[in-house]
Design a protein around this ligand. Structure first.
Ligand code: TYD
Length: 133
């Protein structure tokens, strides 16, 4: 899907365990201005339900697993995040919903911009209209 894809990060592993390193503009395409993480989630709740006009993000499930529905307005995909070295890039103007969180899920998000409620689109019809333009 245009503007939304999985990234496989290299695992630096040895007998002591595994390590993934993320460096802005090296293995992730933007400058990281903000990091947040979602935890203590309930399996039955859906999060997200919005798109961003400006923001690019990479989502990494660093514990447990969850599912992400991504919707470009033309195409919908459901992606399961469960691999520690896998990141889901979600660019501008992609509607996303996060659901089916395992009890131990910790979803780490790397974001290209500071938090700005103004650049959210939280209404699905408004999102579809904006995609058409
Ligand atoms: P919300 O957008 O509802 O989270 P999700 O996308 O997971 O559904 O955000 C939850 C609350 O956290 C809301 O009050 C806004 C606040 N928030 C910040 O203050 N900073 C941030 O970077 C983010 C992502 C959310």
């Amino acid at each position: 899907m245009k503007n939304c894809y999985l990234i496989n990060f290299d695992i630096k592993g040895d007998e002591r365990g595994s390590l993934v390193a993320i460096e802005q503009q090296k293995n992730i395409s933007f400058e990281i201005k903000r990091i947040y993480y979602i935890f203590n989630t309930e399996k039955s709740f859906i999060r997200g339900k919005h798109a961003h006009r400006e923001l690019n993000q990479v989502l990494i499930c660093i514990s447990g697993n969850c599912k992400i529905k991504v919707d470009s307005g033309k195409e919908i995909k459901i992606i399961e995040l469960k691999e520690r070295n896998q990141g889901l890039f979600i660019g501008q103007m992609i509607w996303r919903e996060m659901f089916d969180f395992s009890a131990d899920c910790v979803l780490l998000v790397l974001a290209s911009e500071y938090y700005d409620e103004e650049e959210y689109i939280r209404d699905y019809d408004e999102f579809l209209k904006a995609v058409e333009q």
